[in-house]
Design a protein around this ligand. Sequence first.
Ligand code: COA
Length: 222
Amino acid sequence: MSRNAIATPVIRRGADPDIPLLATIEKSADERFRDWPGLEWIATAGDVFPARRLRDLVRTGLVLVADAGGCDGLVGFLAGEAREGCLHLWQIAVLSPWQGQGIGSRLLAGAGHFAISQGLATLTLTTFRSVPWNEPWYRGRGFATLAETEMPPHLRTLLREEGEGGLPVPLRCAMTLILTGADRPPSTGAHDPLAGPDVGPPASDGAHSSRADPRRPETGPV
Ligand SMILES: CC(C)(COP(=O)(O)OP(=O)(O)OC[C@H]1O[C@@H](n2cnc3c(N)ncnc32)[C@H](O)[C@@H]1OP(=O)(O)O)[C@@H](O)C(=O)NCCC(=O)NCCS
């Protein structure tokens, strides 16, 4: 099925067979940084969220995938886990040709729905300041940038660790979204996971393999 003719991807819980496909999505998504002065290295380095951690998060946290079905298969994912009463989002990525179609917003809405179902009232994350598809994109979805004094301890620790790991500290920020009433991620239409329980369960192994693009690499560097 051609990209222009497909139905809206389904947002569903990720499962082990999905994990090897996510590195390709992340590398494609990170191509956005190739033309951003000072952050080109994100595209050239090709580093991805470790597959081992993603497998853990399938069991102990949240992995959501955007599944376009057919030969297109998976086109986006989000990973997070509970930290200090919040759902901390570790990564969100949408395959480059699929960006700007509301898939990232729907993954975020799915995370909000999951958090509420788990009694977690806040989404947290760290990201790059000012890069249009990072801090401003989250702000457009209701997140607020925190001053250091406002940060829960896990965000302060994370920013410090990011600096120790070589990320440029002045360019990083921590953000939060309190999931109450109007502060929930914005509705994104009929497939909005917050509008109803439309975050599907993981595809069964058989169902997934019939949907996945057989031409995709089995795994990426992790
Ligand atoms: C951040 C990222 C996941 C967003 O994914 P996306 O699918 O492009 O996000 P959306 O389509 O929901 O939003 C992008 C824009 O498309 C617009 N859009 C187009 N069609 C839309 C639709 N049908 N529904 C909602 N928004 C739509 C939105 O208005 C939005 O514009 P805005 O930011 O000016 O409001 C994606 O840019 C990405 O993978 N980036 C690289 C990886 C990265 O930086 N991740 C974040 C790490 S902290």
